[in-house]
Design a protein around this ligand. Sequence first.
Ligand code: MN
Length: 187
Amino acid sequence: MGQKILVVEDNELNLKLFCDLLRAHAYVAEPVRDGREALATARSFGPDLIVMDIQMPHITGLELIEQIKADDELRPIPIMAVTAYAAKGDEERIRDAGAEGYVSKPISVLRFVEAVRTLLEAAAARAEAEPPAPQAEGEAEAEGEGEAEAESPGPETEEAAAPEGEAAPEESPENAEPEEEPPTASP
Ligand code: MN
């Protein structure tokens, strides 16, 4: 069975996109729409990783990350935060709260999946060697590889990107990053 990933996201379209994407990569995805149910579901589902939206009603992802990291049972589960805000201080606040990873919306499909894989590998390495392995940092550098691949999406990417076409979501989870801005010569 694939590794289990809990997806906490209030936006229905993003929730579907993330779950479809993870399932297309053989992960078992469990959706949570209401952040207030996140901890209970995490306890019963026992995920290997949690994808956490930050902007949510009732309780923010930031608060949930703090609660998870204050919980002895849930603390070891790596958390990948997903946020629409690109402000510089945000990433630091999210990491200070205890999130192991961070991806900004609109997500890049390749980067999202790569970040999930990297976090799972780092967690597995941590579990194997009790003294935390510092190699997780180096693995994050492999990001450049994903960017190159983005230019020629394989069939796998196409399949994963499919849910995007079904509707135009307000948060517009564009799968591709702005590849390149055409040089604007004229004023
Ligand atoms: Mn949200």
